[in-house]
Design a protein around this ligand. Structure first.
Ligand code: PEP
Ligand code: MN
Length: 258
């Protein structure tokens, strides 16, 4: 039986500069990783923090697509899907090499459905929409997001689910994870929906050490791949600087998942 290729989406939490994006894309290319994350818009807990470079980063990401790498961002609003497509097109990028994701903070189901509708209507069929679980642990809500999104008309082959853990909210948390995983629930949602389920160890772990702990804990579960944060110089990252892997740590991760 041939083993299905695992999904690997790696890249910085946020796009910060052209140099950071191209260094990262080159590092991925060297390692045969063909999907990259780099958020242009960052929802933050308080509004005075770095909220992403926004449309300024579109020319950098267009260049990434020209290297043959699929690149994507979190979208919070339907019009960001349109802005992304228009920008990539304007800067001569490849519209078949983009992807989007709905983040955990975006739990307005009508907006989620509109985002999915836009992806469905305005992008080529190769373009995927990743959906992260909500911050609180509730299976029914997680399944509900999928129902809302599918209600936007998007083909299920274009959807990938992603487990990024649930808020600890006072629960036992001996490893001091940023969010607590529930691998069994993730597998159940994967089975019920029939959709691929990838794992985001970065936002579960919250630190490089924890990213590796989570990969170890998840090893026996049937995840279809990973979304992982990688940065050329994590200590200088403008967001999530404790959990992003440098390229040496990325190599360690790749050896583990061989
Ligand atoms: C992210 O992927 O950068 C992110 C903000 O993750 P989450 O929505 O899972 O918190
Ligand atoms: Mn992040």
């Amino acid at each position: 039986m041939t083993k299905k290729k695992k999904i690997m989406i790696a890249g910085p939490c946020a796009a910060e500069s052209k140099r950071q994006i191209l260094e990262c894309a080159t590092a991925l290319k060297k390692r045969d990783i063909d999907e990259m994350r780099a958020s242009l818009w960052k929802p933050r807990t308080r509004p005075n923090a770095f909220e992403g470079v926004g449309k300024e980063g579109l020319s950098w990401l267009a260049e990434v697509t020209r290297l043959g790498i699929t690149v994507g961002t979190e979208v919070l609003l339907p019009n960001q899907v349109t802005d992304f497509i228009e920008g990539i097109n304007h800067y001569g990028g490849d519209l078949t090499k983009i992807l989007f994701w709905l983040g955990s903070r975006n739990q307005n189901q009508f907006i989620q459905r509109e985002v999915a509708r836009k992806v469905h209507q305005e992008t080529p069929r190769q373009v995927k929409l990743v959906i992260k679980n909500q911050p609180w642990d509730n299976e029914s809500h997680w399944l509900g997001i999928v129902d809302y999104v599918v209600g936007g008309g998007i083909e299920s082959e274009r959807i990938i689910l992603c487990h990024r853990g649930f808020s600890a909210n006072g629960r036992d948390n001996p490893n001091v994870f940023r969010n607590l995983p529930d691998f069994d629930m993730a597998m159940k949602v994967k089975m019920i929906t029939g959709l691929p389920m990838i794992l985001d160890p970065s936002h579960i772990g919250g630190s490089v050490n924890n990213v590796f702990k989570i990969l170890e804990q998840a090893a026996d579960y049937d995840f279809d791949g990973l979304m992982v944060e990688v940065h050329p110089t994590p200590t200088k990252a403008l967001t999530d600087n404790k959990q992003q892997l440098n390229f040496v740590e990325l190599d360690r991760l790749l050896t583990l998942s061989e």
